[in-house]
Ligand binder design. Structure first.
Ligand code: NAD
Length: 307
């Protein structure tokens, strides 16, 4: 059995060493394709792979077609919108993610982003504090829950909304209030931290109306996905409401226009960096390798996303 690790943006050495060790212990071969510059390189490398580990690399129907032996592909990370699930399913290939492995890294960045905006992007002048402010968590998954915990530690009043969690007790046990709707959440959040996945229902779902409903001086923090933002609606709201701010870890399609028009009320990281910590790198890479071994040896499909 051969595991291919195909990463345009490589894992750390500690992570690849760990993956190789897990493969070796299972009696498998492990190959690395790092910093590849063409799809053809990826296709050639995957030709004899039984298992594939990727990060944000796109596993398209073309890649799947070029991998006749492939049995499992694991996205080392949370969001798996880079995997063509239909193409995997059509071939009976199991697709997985490694949920929770990078959540702390993303949650720490979300809190850092709030403070960065509260302090005028670390430029001179009087800022504000996040303590005592209302924090809204949109989607209470792995990242959202940690942001809620850290928000409370900073003295924020935390409310959350998740369409798949209707039992208020889930929030209450964490000292978090449950909002009854998306509209209610945005209306009452000085900081709104987005943690929804990019799905047909969520794409372009955060726009003008929700932003306009936010309290004076509110900040929208996006460490989730750029696709969930209706950028035209966002720009219109920022134009009409000069008190609103937007900070994101996923470069908007219209980033240069937003930067030019809205100055210090807008910020994007130059490259998605939420999960870019040594710890998250290692956690996600090793989890991916372990999940592959569990599946190939024992048929464990716990984290399968194309069921
Ligand atoms: P998760 O799967 O643990 O949680 C997602 C939550 O979203 C779940 O609680 C689910 O019930 C909820 N949800 C599903 N559909 C929804 C909908 N239509 N509306 C509202 N909520 C919905 O995911 P996570 O690990 O917490 O990741 C959250 C987001 O952060 C994802 O978009 C992920 O892609 C992104 N992410 C970004 C980075 C980064 O580097 N910036 C790293 C990891 C994850």
């Amino acid at each position: 059995m051969k595991i291919l690790v195909a990463t345009e943006k490589p894992f750390s050495k500690q992570a690849t060493d760990g993956i190789a060790a897990i493969a070796k212990e299972a009696g498998y071969e492990c190959a690395l394709l790092e910093k590849y510059t063409s799809v053809d390189e990826f296709k050639a490398a995957v030709a004899d792979a039984d298992a594939l580990i990727v990060r944000s690399d796109k596993v398209t129907a073309d890649i799947i077609a070029a991998a006749p032996k492939l049995k499992i592909v694991v996205r080392a990370g949370a969001g798996y919108d880079n995997l063509d699930l239909a193409a995997c399913s059509a071939r009976g290939i199991v697709a997985m993610n490694t949920p929770g492995q990078n959540s702390n890294a993303v949650a720490e960045l979300a809190i850092a982003m709030m403070i960065f905006m509260a302090r005028n992007q670390f430029t001179p002048g009087t800022g504000t504090e996040i303590s005592g402010k209302r924090l809204g968590i949109h989607a209470y998954g792995n990242v959202g829950r940690i942001v809620a915990r850290y928000g409370k530690a900073f003295g924020m009043e935390v409310t959350a909304y998740d369409p798949f969690i209707t039992d208020a007790a889930v929030f209450e046990k964490d000292g978090v209030k449950m909002a009854s709707s998306v509209a209610e959440l945005y209306k009452n959040s000085d900081y709104l931290s987005l943690h929804i996945p990019a799905t047909p229902e969520t794409i372009n779902s955060i726009g003008y109306d929700l932003l306009m409903s936010m309290p004076k001086g509110a900040t929208l923090v996006n460490t989730a996905r750029k696709e969930v933002i209706d950028e035209a609606g966002l720009a219109k709201a920022l134009e009409e409401r000069t008190d609103l701010k937007y900070i994101t870890d996923i470069i908007p399609a219209t980033a240069s226009e937003l930067a030019e028009k809205f100055g210090k009320r807008f910020f994007t990281t130059p490259k998605k960096m939420g999960a870019e910590t040594a710890e998250a790198n290692v956690n996600a890479g090793l989890a991916a390798a372990r999940q592959i071994v569990s599946y190939l040896k024992d048929g464990v499909t716990k984290f399968q996303v194309n069921k």
